[in-house]
Design a protein. Structure first.
Length: 180
């Protein structure tokens, strides 16, 4: 069983999931800052609906949520709350071999502004577009320096979670030239 570590501000969550048919058993350990972890174990029935959408059956009845992963960021919208988590990785970080990334909306919303065009060079962390979701403005940024290959939306477009909005090709490192 593998463990996923997520961080939200000063709180770290270690999550282990064990699938059992349609049910998934989760074990969650939570620690804040340097304090000792508090361990909580619980079971939930989660149904994937596709494109980042899921339904959790709980005591209050079924609730819909959305999740989108963008690099090491995970956005979760559930029960009226939006949370941003960072995936914590150990020293042996495994990187993908693809030279480009697709940036997707973290939840259903509307594009407010597109700040780049196809062919633009962008820097890591540069805002590419702004999406409004649940009366919040979410800035979607470049995960690395690169070239914008394509933009699939315009201001005013409605978007769904997990659907690619912008595609960026990574810049190759420039060779170092010695000047005598």
């Amino acid at each position: 069983m593998s463990e996923l570590r997520l961080r939200n501000r000063e709180t770290t969550f270690a999550v282990q999931a064990r699938p059992h048919g349609e049910r998934t058993a989760f074990t969650l350990r939570r620690s804040v800052g340097e304090s000792a972890p508090i361990e909580v174990a619980f079971e939930l029935e989660i149904q994937r609906r596709g494109a980042g959408e899921f339904i959790v059956a709980g005591p209050a009845g079924p609730r819909r949520g959305y999740v989108v992963r963008h690099g090491d960021l995970v956005w979760v919208e559930f029960a009226g709350s939006i949370q941003r988590f960072e995936i914590e990785r150990g020293v042996a970080r495994r990187r993908g071999t693809a030279g480009h990334d697709e940036i997707a909306a973290p939840m259903p919303g509307q594009v407010l502004r597109v700040l780049v065009a196809a062919g633009d060079l962008v820097e890591k962390g540069q805002t590419l577009l702004v999406v409004e979701a649940m009366k919040m403005q979410i800035e979607l940024a470049a995960p690395h320096a690169g070239t914008v290959l394509s933009i699939a939306v315009a201001a005013g477009d409605k978007v769904l979670p997990g659907v690619p909005l912008v595609e960026i090709d990574a810049l190759a490192a420039a060779p170092t030239v010695a000047i005598p």
